[in-house]
Design a protein around this ligand. Structure first.
Ligand SMILES: [Zn+2]
Length: 252
């Protein structure tokens, strides 16, 4: 492990009064969640075009039965616990070292680990939401799993229920809140994202353009390596080990 760089990152965190973390799939693969865009992910298996056509708000509205049959088959997350990395991010927040997390992940693991200020810009796959704008009742995963209907409906108003995730063709959740949290930060730490998915990559790019400190901790290259003050390649270590090491330095 690059001890020097870990020291330097810890120093930046110590000096910063406003640090925000951005996370992507890389933090969740360490918990055992497959990366949709990775080697064995559904984008590779089924073809990105097909997935994008089905996991799409227009397709959902037109063919909810086909959508749900696909969704139930391919969007099942294994029942896993948060990784060490999720736990460390939660601890950073509890101890006032970071302000919050903007995540691209929909697996709810940050929340499970105890992070409170989380903006899941692509939604939360543990939840389902009534499509009726005046109702918007939230259902948990069990309600859908236990439902024998091909398409689940709201028990209050009878409207169709949608996974509480951002489908293609929909706006991300809390666009303004996520952008603001990132741009207000003095130090931004990107963990486990190659920064290819917009608009999040755009927010990070905008953050860099106002001359603040970006740190990237990722396995492999990212789109914004050139803009980072420090880029730490995870290599054979785990992100969790690296964050734990940073935490130890901060204790001294
Ligand atoms: Zn409803």
């Amino acid at each position: 492990m690059t001890t020097d760089m870990i020291n330097q990152i810890a120093n930046l965190m110590r000096q910063s009064k406003n640090t925000v973390v951005v996370t992507g799939a890389g933090i969740s693969t360490e918990a055992g969640i497959p990366d949709f865009r990775g080697q064995n992910g559904i984008y590779r298996q089924l073809g990105e075009d097909r997935v994008m056509r089905i996991i799409n708000i227009d397709f959902f509205k037109a063919h909810p039965d086909q959508f749900y049959s696909f969704y139930r088959q391919y969007f099942k997350f294994p029942d896993v616990d948060p990784s060490l990395a999720h736990q460390m991010v939660a601890r950073f927040e509890q101890e006032g070292i970071i302000k919050g997390v903007v995540t691209q992940n929909i697996d709810n693991l940050h929340q499970q680990a105890g992070s409170r200020n989380v903006i899941p810009i692509h939604g939360n796959a543990e939840e389902f939401i009534c499509m009726n704008r005046r109702c918007q009742k939230i259902y948990d995963h069990d309600y859908i799993t236990n439902s024998t209907e091909a398409v689940p409906y709201c028990s209050v108003c009878g409207e169709i229920i949608k996974p509480n995730v951002v489908l293609f063709g929909e706006n991300i959740n809390n666009y303004l809140g996520a952008r603001q949290l990132i741009l207000d930060a003095r130090l931004l730490i990107v963990i486990g994202s190659s920064l290819t998915v917009y608009p999040l990559a755009g927010f990070v790019n905008e953050f860099c353009s106002i001359a603040k400190d970006l740190v990237i901790i990722n396995k492999g290259p990212t789109q914004l390596d050139y803009a980072a003050r420090y880029k730490l390649d995870v290599g054979e270590n785990s992100t969790g080990q690296i964050l734990e090491e940073i935490y130890r330095k901060l204790q001294r």
